[in-house]
Design a protein around this ligand. Structure first.
Ligand code: PHE
Length: 446
């Protein structure tokens, strides 16, 4: 049997895992749901959800992946032979495939907007809504989506170390740098403080039950949980990889980038008198026009969308690696054949997701357009289902003791506090919280 590839360095591992976690979720989704839910109070709840529920689930996925050294379906087969626990992995792989079909659409928008920011500035300034509608419903969206997909496949072809790890180590520092430039730009605008206040000042009267559940759901999405990513990535980690450091880095950097994104976005939104609660269009409609009002606006706008694109690309790598590793481990596919099959599937099911902003606008199975349907099924149903089954697997089959032991192996005396609270969190807190999200998702759907 061919020896499994392994990540080369601890730094590389952190860049790869943070690269997956930091994505459109941190920049586009986080800022718009924070805006809709009234700012600071939502932020507090979100941080609580990340620490109390996201973090233990992350630990569980990392330990399942490294203990088995296998991608999700095989991991459960190996750790619980002769049982049906592998279905947990199957749900996660299915979620990953669905997300892989529509995420390139968003990555394509970001890439396209790098170019549009420079070539089409007047229109972004005068009619940002119209410019976005024209862009997202036209052929450009398809072309840029295809480029995002091709870049992903090309990097994955090089393999885990020379592809994913190498590119993440290059791209993530660039992302951090762009982020800092934008935060400084935004914070030095006149009137910026109002945006900072909106982000940090907790006004609890604005907090609703649905805000709570949004925060919980988003913490999963943002940490890339329930889609097999962390299991798959951990399967390439050596036994001396420091899992506590890896876990803490993922959680703090993922939340840190979301906060920095908020600091880049809200001061600009307030300084220029836009509405922070305007929803999905915040990143693609409000911001370009906000940037267009500034000196050197096209530069800052292009930098912002480049940042969004980089964050999306490193997330795409992780989401595509899940089905690829599954095909390799389960059915002995070569990388080339695996990627070919996955490309065919994601193109076939991905094209309608691009078109659902244009020609397929009125095609509404289950009352939602195709893009929203894919997003809803994956994020609201499959992700929490896989995460819940994962918690139950630790509680009922693998055992918190074995999971804890795996967590501390290679940890050099770190992680003791975490490993003390982990068993309680993964057996009680996390499954109950996830069950509530799932019930809400089902009642919303039917
Ligand atoms: N954590 C990612 C984000 O915040 C979620 C994600 C990962 C989505 C990988 C798709 C692919 O955007």
């Amino acid at each position: 049997m061919k020896k499994r590839e392994q990540f080369a360095s601890q730094f590389g591992i952190i860049m790869v895992a943070v690269g997956s976690a930091v994505g459109l979720g941190n920049i586009w989704r986080f800022s718009y749901i924070l805006g809709v839910n009234g700012g600071g109070a939502f932020l507090l709840v979100y941080i609580l959800c990340v620490v109390l529920i996201g973090l233990p689930v992350l630990i569980s996925e990392l330990t399942i992946g490294r203990a088995s050294g296998q991608s999700p379906v095989n991991a459960f087969m190996k750790l619980a032979p002769g049982s049906y626990w592998w279905l947990t992995g199957a749900v996660a792989v299915l979620a990953a495939i669905i997300i892989a079909c529509y995420y390139p659409t968003l990555a394509g928008w970001a890439l396209g907007y790098v170019v549009e920011s420079i070539t089409n500035q007047t229109e972004l300034l005068q009619d940002p809504q119209g410019a976005f509608a024209a862009f997202s419903s036209g052929p450009k969206a398809l072309i840029y989506g295809a480029i995002a997909l091709a870049a992903t496949v090309a990097i994955l072809m090089r393999g885990v170390t020379a592809g994913i790890e190498r590119w993440s180590k290059l791209l993530m520092p660039i992302l951090a740098l762009l982020m800092l430039v934008l935060v400084v730009r935004s914070l030095t605008l006149p009137g910026a403080m109002e945006g900072v206040r909106f982000l940090f000042y907790p006004d609890f009267s604005k907090l609703t039950v649905s805000g709570f559940l949004d925060a919980l759901g988003h913490s999963f999405y943002s940490l890339s949980l329930g889609m097999g990513i962390m299991i798959t990535y951990a399967s390439y980690m050596k036994k001396d990889t420091n899992l506590p450091i890896t876990t803490i880095s993922i959680v703090t950097m993922d939340t840190g980038v979301a906060l920095l994104a908020g600091l880049a976005i809200f001061p600009a939104v307030f300084a220029l008198g836009f509405d922070p609660a305007q929803g999905v269009g915040l990143a693609f409609i409000t911001l370009p026009s906000a940037f267009a009002h500034m000196p050197f606006g096209s530069f800052f706008s292009a930098a912002f969308f480049l940042l969004v694109f980089i964050s999306a690309l490193t997330s795409l790598l992780s989401i595509f690696q899940v089905p690829l590793a599954f095909l390799e481990d389960r059915f002995g596919f070569s990388k080339k054949k695996g990627l070919a099959l996955i490309s065919v599937v994601t193109v076939a099911f991905g094209i309608p997701s691009v078109l659902s902003f244009g020609p397929l606008k009125n095609f509404k199975p289950f009352g939602m357009d195709y893009f929203t349907l894919m997003d809803t099924v994956a994020n609201n149903i499959l992700l929490p289902t896989a995460a819940l089954l994962g918690c139950l697997f630790i509680a009922l089959r693998m055992g918190t003791r074995a999971s804890k032991k795996e967590f501390l192996e290679g940890a050099k005396n770190q992680g003791h506090f975490l490993s003390k609270v982990y068993p309680f969190a993964i057996r009680f807190l996390a499954p109950i919280a996830i069950l509530v999200i799932l019930i809400r998702a089902f009642t919303a759907l039917f």
